[in-house]
Ligand binder design. Structure first.
Ligand code: SF4
Length: 64
């Protein structure tokens, strides 16, 4: 699994970081960012919940 965040789409709602705090954080401007080493989701099942929780569909998962 590889997670990508479209920062052009992200509105900084923070739902991803609330839903899966072991994978997502927010940068200084409030936009979503992946925690270091968690680009593959780290096996956290909450990643898929975070994708659903994002109100603008900014998070994409690609299976490798
Ligand atoms: S939930 Fe979506 S819009 Fe909100 S910070 Fe995360 S990626 Fe950005």
């Amino acid at each position: 699994m590889r997670i990508t965040i479209d920062t052009n789409v992200c509105i900084g709602a923070g739902q991803c970081a609330l839903t899966a705090p072991s994978v997502f954080t927010q940068d200084d401007e409030g936009f979503s960012a992946l925690l270091p080493g968690r680009e593959d989701g780290g096996g956290d099942p909450l990643v898929r919940e975070a994708v659903r929780a994002c109100p603008v569909g900014a998070i994409k998962i690609t299976e490798e």
